[in-house]
Design a protein around this ligand. Structure first.
Ligand code: UN1
Length: 510
C-alpha cells in the first residue's frame, strides 16, 4: 500500500527507537496489526525488551543534558519544523490514523491537525514560559520565581487518539526543555512509528542527539510497569481507562513522581426547553456516535427536560436510523468500526446490563454482518432509555451507547444529574436562556473540567487546558498554562545588600 511506503512502515517493524537508532529485538512477541475497517492485515511490530528500555533511558538522560542548555526559543524552532513536517504528511498520516484505528478520515485528518496546532502553540510558548516577580519584605532583596524542566517526560497514549494526545504532551514538554519517551497503545503502534519517523527526520536534519524523542512499544506488564516505577522519569502523562490510570497514578505517587492523568469520562448534555434544536441535535449525535463512541469526551448521557422528552426521543430515533455505518475511509459514512471484537463484546454486555436494570433500547445495538462488515467490528450505535443511577450508566462504556433520561424541575435538577457520576471530564448545556447557561457554568454548576454552552461534549480545541475532575484523574494537557505541569517551579531570593535581614523580622546576632 502506497500509504505505508510513504510513511516508511515496513511489513515487520521494530518497537523501540532512540530517535535515530532502532533496536532489533525480535524475541518479545510480535504484534500483528489488523485494520478494524476491513479486517485486513496491515503489518507487525516486534515488542521491545527490558534491555531496550534501559538503553533508551540512558540515551534520554544524555540528550536531556544537551537539551536543557538549548535556549527555549531554539527548542521552539525544532518544534516549528516538526509542525511543518506534519503539515506535509497530514494526508498520509491522517489516513493511517483512520486505517489503523478506524475513525473517519475527517477525524483522522483532524487528529493530525491537532498535532499541527499544538506545535504552533508550543512555538509561541517557547518565547514565553512567563513567571512572577514578587516584592520582598527585606531591603535590597529581590524575589522571583522561575520554571525549569523536569527531565524525561513519558507519555502513555491510548488507542483512540493514536497521535494527537502524544503531541499535546510531547511538544509542550519539549519547548519546556524536557525530553520525551512515548509508549503508545499496542493496538495502534504503526501510527506511532510513522509519527516517530517524521519527527526523527527533523532531528536528523538539525544534527540533534538521539534520545530527545524516543519510542517504546511493549507490554504493559513489563515495559509499562518499568516505566511508571522508574525514578529516572519525573513525570508521566497517562491517557487510559480509570482502572489503568488508578494503578499508574498510585505507583507514580508512591515514588513522588508527577502524573497527568486523563482517564474516563461519562459526559452529559443537558437539553432545556430553550435549546435551539437545529444546533443541538447534530451536536448530540456527533458527540455520541463520532469515533464510534470511543472518545473520552463522547456524549454518553442526555438529560432532557420532560416537556420535550418524547419529541427529542423521536428525532433522535430518526437521526440514528439515518446514520451511514461503514468503512471510515469512505467519507459518506458517519460511523466506523469499534477498535476490535473485544470492544464489540463490551458494547453488547453493557446493553444486556442496562436492559436487566430496567432500561429500554430504542434503536441500535446490533452487530452488523455481511458485505463491508467483514472485520466484525461494526455495530449500530445504541440509543437507550435509562436512569442515571443504574450501575451501567455510572460506568464509562467505550462504545456508542447514548443513555437518555428526563429531568422535570429546574435546571438545578439537570445539573445534579450531570454531576451525579464518578467521572468529571466534559459536559454541555443547550439553551438560549442566559440564567440556565450561567447556572451551569457557575461554581455550583457542572463539576467537570470542560463545560460548554451550545457545543457538544467532544472536539475541544488545543488552546484550552484539557482534562477533568474526580475519576477522570485531575490532569490537564494541551493549551492554557498547562506547560507549568512539565516544569519545576523554583523560588529565588537574592540579597544584594551588605547586611543579613531575616524574614519575619527575626533577630539573630553572633
Ligand atoms: C480523548 O478522547 O482522549 O476533545 C481526547 C476531543 C478531542 C480530544 C479527545 N480533541 O474530543
Amino acid at each position: 500500500m502506497d500509504l505505508l511506503n510513504e510513511l516508511k512502515i515496513e511489513k515487520k517493524n521494530y518497537g523501540a527507537s532512540t530517535g535515530q537508532k532502532w533496536f532489533t529485538t525480535e524475541d518479545q512477541g510480535e504484534l500483528k496489526i489488523y485494520t478494524p475497517t476491513t479486517g485486513e492485515y496491515i503489518a507487525s511490530v516486534y515488542q521491545a525488551s527490558e534491555e531496550d528500555y534501559k538503553k533508551i533511558i540512558t540515551s534520554s538522560l544524555e540528550a536531556y543534558q544537551y537539551w536543557i542548555k538549548v535556549p527555549a526559543p531554539k527548542r521552539g524552532e525544532i518544534v516549528r519544523q516538526i509542525g511543518i513536517k506534519l503539515r506535509e504528511n497530514k494526508p498520509t498520516l491522517g489516513a493511517l490514523v483512520s486505517y489503523e484505528m478506524g475513525k473517519s478520515l475527517q477525524e483522522g485528518m483532524g487528529e493530525v491537525q491537532e498535532m499541527i496546532d499544538i506545535c504552533d502553540f508550543a512555538v509561541g510558548l517557547s518565547r514565553q514560559l512567563y513567571a512572577n516577580m514578587m516584592q520582598s519584605e527585606r531591603p535590597m532583596h529581590r524575589m522571583y520565581e522561575q520554571y525549569h524542566p523536569l527531565g524525561i517526560v513519558a507519555t502513555i497514549s491510548a488507542f483512540n487518539f493514536p497521535v494527537a494526545v502524544w503531541a499535546w504532551n510531547a511538544m509542550v514538554a519539549a519547548v519546556c526543555g524536557n525530553v520525551n519517551l512515548w509508549k503508545p497503545s499496542s493496538k495502534v503502534p504503526l501510527t506511532a512509528i510513522a509519527t516517530h519517523k517524521i519527527v526523527a527526520q527533523v532531528l536528523k536534519e538539525n544534527n540533534l542527539p538521539e534520545g530527545l524523542f524516543t519510542l517504546i512499544i511493549g507490554k504493559g506488564s513489563t515495559i509499562g510497569e518499568m516505566l511508571i516505577n522508574d525514578t529516572n522519569i519525573p513525570m508521566v502523562s497517562v491517557t487510559a481507562s480509570t482502572h489503568v490510570g488508578r494503578h499508574a497514578g498510585q505507583v507514580i505517587a508512591k515514588r513522588f513522581g508527577k502524573a497527568i492523568l486523563e482517564l474516563g469520562g461519562n459526559n452529559a448534555i443537558i437539553l432545556t426547553p430553550d435549546a435551539d434544536l437545529k444546533v443541538a441535535i447534530p451536536a448530540i449525535v456527533f458527540g455520541a456516535v463520532g469515533t464510534a463512541g470511543q472518545r473520552c469526551t463522547s456524549t454518553r448521557r442526555l438529560i432532557i427536560h420532560e416537556s420535550m422528552y418524547e419529541k427529542i426521543k423521536d428525532s433522535l430515533i430518526k437521526a440514528y436510523n439515518s446514520l451511514k455505518i461503514g468503512n471510515p475511509l469512505d467519507e459518506k459514512n458517519h460511523v466506523g468500526p469499534l477498535i476490535d471484537k473485544g470492544t464489540v463484546v463490551v458494547f453488547q454486555d453493557a446493553l444486556k446490563k442496562v436492559v436487566a436494570e430496567g432500561g429500554k433500547i430504542l434503536t441500535g445495538g446490533e452487530l452488523l454482518e455481511g458485505k463491508g462488515y467483514e472485520s466484525g467490528c461494526y455495530v449500530k450505535p445504541a440509543l437507550v432509555e435509562a436512569e442515571n443511577h443504574y450501575e451501567i450508566v455510572q460506568e464509562e462504556t467505550f462504545a456508542p451507547i447514548l443513555y437518555i433520561m428526563k429531568y422535570s424541575g429546574s435546571i438545578d435538577e439537570a445539573i445534579k444529574l450531570n454531576n451525579g457520576v464518578k467521572q468529571g471530564l466534559s459536559s454541555s448545556i443547550f439553551t438560549n436562556n442566559l440564567r440556565e447557561a450561567e447556572a451551569f457554568l457557575s461554581a455550583w454548576g457542572s463539576d467537570c473540567g470542560i463545560a460548554n454552552v451550545n457545543i457538544g461534549t467532544s472536539g475541544a480545541e488545543i488552546g484550552g487546558a484539557f482534562g477533568g475532575e474526580k475519576e477522570t484523574g485531575g490532569g490537564r494537557e494541551a493549551g492554557s498554562d498547562v506547560w507549568k505541569c512539565y516544569m519545576r517551579r523554583q523560588t529565588n531570593t537574592i540579597n544584594y545588600g551588605t547586611t543579613l535581614p531575616l524574614a519575619q523580622g527575626i533577630k539573630f546576632e553572633i
